[in-house]
Ligand binder design. Structure first.
Ligand code: ATP
Ligand code: MG
Length: 501
């Protein structure tokens, strides 16, 4: 879709600064549409072409009234004769107004306001609204319409959009949030029902209209800054954790002098409360991982203590294995405790896992070197947990079986390589050693040891993946490969975690 800037460059002679003004306008004009209960259209035209075609650069619908346009017409080009009031506003550089009949029975009120910058017309904003049938107007409606007229004069005088607008940190406010009209002395002339509710929440129980803005508790510095700098100002006030209100102040200017302001107030208490909850949820999860890790370490120490009291070597070895398996799970919890995310960079876990295995080699019969190749990327915490246990078993097997002391030369350094291969459709993890290789006729499916049984079960049922163990094709050694399909690597919740849950 073409942006406002694209359209302006294609159909007008505006320079970047002119286009910047129209962009500033279109970032705040929702407010003006609301105030006028009407659609606003922004037209552009080439210089020096009095009868030249008009291009529709932008359109905004009111949230306070019904739109006249169901279709999106932005980008369309109109003959000048079809929009005579717009053409006239371009020609004379002043606001034009009139009634245009559409169809047979309805009249549309049109006001065409030139957007001016240092003496020339940059574009024309058009307000189009069905001519109100003689229905009674409320005070609110009358107030909004007069405020719109004041903004319209500011646009024509080159005083709106404001120069150096403070970039809106929050979503562009709409009138429905709550509107206060303040006069040049800082007295509240009008307050919409939603604004009154916000002020009540802030503890203002007296009548709002007629009070001083300073007494609302909304921060009078914002109003003063808006008046003196003649540009929009934003303030957020939070009273302990009960109420949080964001206010946007728009000064109303006349010949360079602030004659009042509108302040849009928005109750963001609920939003801020959720933000805080999210933060504390993150810290809670981190704390839980931390505790799980500590508990696992306690369990390991208990097993180690118990192993020391045992006489049977076999029993001691079995407990030693368990200590090691628990160790690899606790490594993952440690990593998860440090990141706020549910996803883990698996590469960060590999080093500590290797350490777990190295520590388990009670009497290193021969020196081994471990190397890691390539990146595993991010994986969900649960997958990391499973993969950590699997990888530990494979590393342990290389240590236990690849280099039997009576078969290999103890003076040669044995190597164990951990390789990651992250592809679009999954992740391959390989543990490659240069030892004696698996026994003749060996198959994973038939392996009865606890280690490979754990590996097979975890890989197939938890990860939905595959495992293979083969002799290295050229030379000696074993390659163990685990394949995790891509569907398990993507967090089911995606990145769009719902803050509400
Ligand atoms: N890297 C390897 N090099 C040579 N043989 C291996 C290798 N990995 C596995 N094996 C063979 O596969 C067998 C089964 O391994 P598995 O891990 O299931 O049991 P284990 O290591 O003997 O006992 P456990 O892991 O329960 O302590 C091993 O006994 C060994 O013969
Ligand atoms: Mg084993």
């Amino acid at each position: 879709m073409a942006t406002l800037a694209d359209l302006a460059r294609a159909h007008t002679d505006l320079d970047d600064e002119d286009i910047g003004i129209l962009q500033d306008l279109s970032s705040t004009w929702g407010l003006l549409a609301d105030l006028s209960f009407a659609d606003l259209l922004l037209f552009g035209r080439r210089d020096g072409e009095p009868r030249g075609p008009l291009v529709l650069l932008g359109h905004v619908r009111p949230t306070t009234g019904t739109t006249l346009y169901r279709a999106d017409l932005v980008g369309q080009v109109f003959e000048s004769s079809r929009r005579p009031l717009v053409t006239e506003a371009f020609d004379i550089g002043r606001t034009t107004a009139g009634t245009v009949s559409v169809g047979t029975d309805r009249d549309v009120n049109v006001v065409a306001i030139p957007v001016r910058r240092s003496g020339h017309t940059v574009g024309v904003v058009v307000r189009e609204r069905f001519r109100p049938e003689s229905r009674p107007t409320s005070e609110q409606e009358r107030t909004y319409l007069t405020v719109f007229d004041r903004f319209a004069s500011m646009i024509e005088a080159g005083e709106f959009p404001y120069r150096d607008v403070e970039r809106l940190r929050h979503r562009t406010p709409r009138v429905g949030d709550g509107l206060l009209l303040v006069d040049a002395e800082g007295r509240i002339e009008f307050a919409s029902p939603n604004a009154v509710s916000v002020l009540h929440r802030l503890g203002m129980t007296r009548g709002v209209v007629g009070s001083r803005f300073d007494d609302t508790g909304l921060g009078s510095a914002m109003l003063r800054s808006a008046f003196s700098k003649r540009t929009a100002a934003i303030d957020e006030m939070e009273r302990s954790d009960e109420v949080a209100v964001v206010s946007h102040c728009f000064p109303l200017l006349d010949g360079g002098v602030a004659t009042g302001a509108i302040v849009l107030v928005r109750d963001v208490t609920e939003l801020r409360r959720r933000d805080r909850q999210l933060v504390s949820k993150d810290t809670t999860i981190r704390e839980i991982h931390h505790r799980v890790k500590n508990n696992l370490q306690t369990i390991s120490s208990l097993l180690r203590l118990q192993a020391r009291r045992l006489q049977s070597d076999e029993a001691r070895a079995a407990l030693g294995e368990s200590v090691r398996r628990i160790g690899s799970i606790s490594v993952v919890h440690e990593t998860l405790a440090q990141s706020a995310d549910d996803d883990v960079a698996f590469g960060e876990i590999v080093r500590p896992l290797v350490r777990v295995v190295e520590e388990s080699v009670s009497s290193p019969l021969r020196p081994l070197s471990f190397t890691v190749q390539d990146e595993a990327g991010l994986v969900p915490g649960q997958v990391a947990m499973t993969l950590a246990v699997v990888l530990t078993e494979l590393l342990q097997n290389a240590v236990d079986h690849a280099f039997p002391p009576d078969e290999v030369d103890a003076s040669v350094l044995g190597t164990v390589r951990i390789e990651f291969d992250r592809r679009a459709d999954g992740l391959a993890v390989r543990v490659v050693d240069d030892g004696v290789g698996v026994p003749e006729g060996f198959t994973v499916a038939e392996a009865t040891g606890l280690g490979l049984t754990i590996v097979r079960t975890f890989v197939e049922s938890e990860l939905g993946g595959r495992i293979r163990l083969d002799r290295v094709e050229s030379g000696s050694g074993t390659v163990a490969e685990v394949w995790v399909p891509g569907s398990r690597l993507v967090d089911p919740g995606g990145n769009a975690r719902d803050p509400a849950t």
